[in-house]
Design a protein around this ligand. Structure first.
Ligand code: ARG
Length: 490
């Protein structure tokens, strides 16, 4: 056995260069627990179907348990010579229980369905963890949204002052966005959580196996039936990476907002010292590297998505070794995504928010122009286009005079030229961003009242998502427990 494994029909050993090139151990070694569980369930199924005896099953499973234990305590060292995790575990079992026992474990299965099973068991847990981190992040956003639901700031389109909004409105837009990411993650989970084990190499098997039993005991939602399709399918990897890429693009946009707003010119927010970095030459610098890295790392995840799509394009049906390229970047992307979520969440906790500066900016650059036009429509019965013309003329005149809407008297004077009379008090209200914000009560608008209503509904959605997440996690746990109970009964 050992390095000669699977080489019975060849003359001599494998070239060390090929061995290094073809080994997937690096991306497999995190799947040993999955590989052991998958093997245990496979063996229980073979026994239930009378394909192997109870005695064989007992011996094999004892060796599997030993493999797991000794891997954890460092006594079972994975061998580079054995290509991948599956051969390492099988080799351990055979050595431990003898070829007559351990040699029966691979009956009615192939590494092609095995690698998929391990990957899917690991990936579904990762998706659940990502969902959990998204929810944690949303909770932090919700706290800030609630706290700053009244904090007025300029709202932007084209990065130009557009209309006033609140900080709570801005930050809750990301809660709203991330709810869709949760939905997408859940759908990806559904695609992942179908059991390929029993598809064997490509064509099923002549042994009378029970794939439904295997699927249930491994906590899958159902069987990926078509064997040829199953062993060649990695669209679930592409789907998960696509969902992760979209999620990362949302995080990157959030990061971009933070980067801009922490600049001196904006001065809306300030990262805490522990979440900022300095410059090696410019002593005054305080850099928002946290957010910049999140923005930058999104490129890695997009890269992984393109990589898997490229691997899949043009592959003939069934298993091809190219498919082994599915995991390395997948695990890397998951790591990047999870750490981005964690670091952003932490970074927000003691971020300073400069309400005065935001309000000052909202006051200083005509952000209430649209509301002035709205007022003229309502109060003076003008058409919106006519009102727009008048307000545009006012803005033009004020810019010429180097004034803004804070000079209410000036605005009144210009309005008079259009034969429009408004009291100073009333006009002051129309031009005040705080008052304008409070009036935007249309569904989904920026008024604190509407924002708070949305926050309540977001909280409810998140609660439901959280409940669903727990249910899926419990399902996996109870499948694990059931496997252990069956093993005890052996
Ligand atoms: N290490 C392989 C992989 O990661 C396992 C499957 C190998 N199958 C094969 N026919 N060589 O995909």
């Amino acid at each position: 056995m050992d390095s000669k494994m699977l080489r019975d029909r060849f003359k001599g050993g494998i070239s060390p260069i090929l061995l290094e090139f073809s080994s997937s151990l690096e991306s497999d070694k995190g799947m040993i627990l999955e590989d052991v569980w998958g093997s245990e369930v496979h063996v229980l199924m073979l026994m239930k179907q009378g394909i192997i005896s109870r005695g064989d099953a007992k011996k094999i499973i004892e060796s599997l348990k030993k493999a797991e234990k000794n891997f954890m305590n460092g006594k079972f060292k994975l061998s580079e010579e054995l290509e991948d995790i599956h051969l390492n575990v099988e080799n351990y079992v055979i050595k431990n229980s003898g070829l007559d026992y351990g040699g029966r474990m691979h009956t009615a299965r192939s590494r092609n369905d095995q690698v998929l099973t391990d990957t899917k068991i690991r990936l579904r847990n990762e998706i659940l963890e990502i969902e959990e981190l998204v929810i944690e992040f949303q909770k932090t956003l919700l706290i800030l949204a609630e706290k700053y639901a009244d904090a007025v700031m300029p709202g932007y389109t084209h990065m130009q002052h557009a209309q006033p909004m609140t900080f709570g409105f801005w930050i809750s837009s990301y809660v709203s966005m991330l709810i869709r990411d949760l939905e997408r993650l859940k759908n990806a989970y559904k695609s992942v959580n179908l059991c390929p084990l029993g598809a064997c190499a490509l064509a099923g098997t002549s042994f009378h196996i029970d794939r439904k039993f295997t699927s249930r005991l491994l906590g899958f939602d159902g069987v990926h039936e078509h064997s040829l399709d199953a062993v060649g399918s990695r669209d679930f990897v592409a789907e998960t990476l696509a969902v992760m890429a979209i999620l990362m693009s949302n995080l990157s946009r959030f990061a971009e907002d933070l980067i801009i707003w922490s600049s001196y010119e904006f001065g809306f927010i300030e990262f805490s010292d522990s979440f900022s970095t300095g410059s090696s030459i410019m002593p005054q610098k305080k850099n928002p590297d946290v957010a910049e890295l999140v923005r930058g790392k999104s490129g890695r995840i997009y890269g992984s998505l393109i990589q898997i799509l490229t691997v899949l394009k043009g592959l003939p049906s069934g298993y091809n070794r190219d498919l082994q390229e599915d995991r390395e970047l997948l695990w890397d992307s998951i790591h990047v995504l999870k750490s981005s979520l964690r670091v952003l969440n932490e970074g927000l906790r003691d971020m300073k928010i400069n309400k005065e500066r935001m309000e000052e900016m909202a006051n200083s650059n005509f952000s209430t122009a649209t509301e002035l036009a709205n007022f003229l429509v309502r109060d003076k019965d003008l058409s919106f286009r006519k009102a727009y013309e008048i307000v545009a003329a006012i803005v033009k005149e004020l810019i010429r005079k180097k004034k803004d809407f804070r000079d209410v008297e000036n605005v009144r004077k210009i309005l008079k030229k259009f034969t429009i009379e408004i009291s100073a008090k009333e006009l002051g209200n129309v031009l005040d961003p705080k008052k304008v914000v409070a009036k935007n009560r249309s569904m989904g608008g920026t008024s604190p009242r509407e924002v708070r209503r949305m926050l309540r509904s977001f909280k409810n959605v998140i609660k439901v998502r959280n409940g669903d997440l727990r249910k899926r996690r419990d399902r996996i746990r109870s499948a694990q427990r059931l496997t252990e109970e069956m093993i005890k009964e052996l």
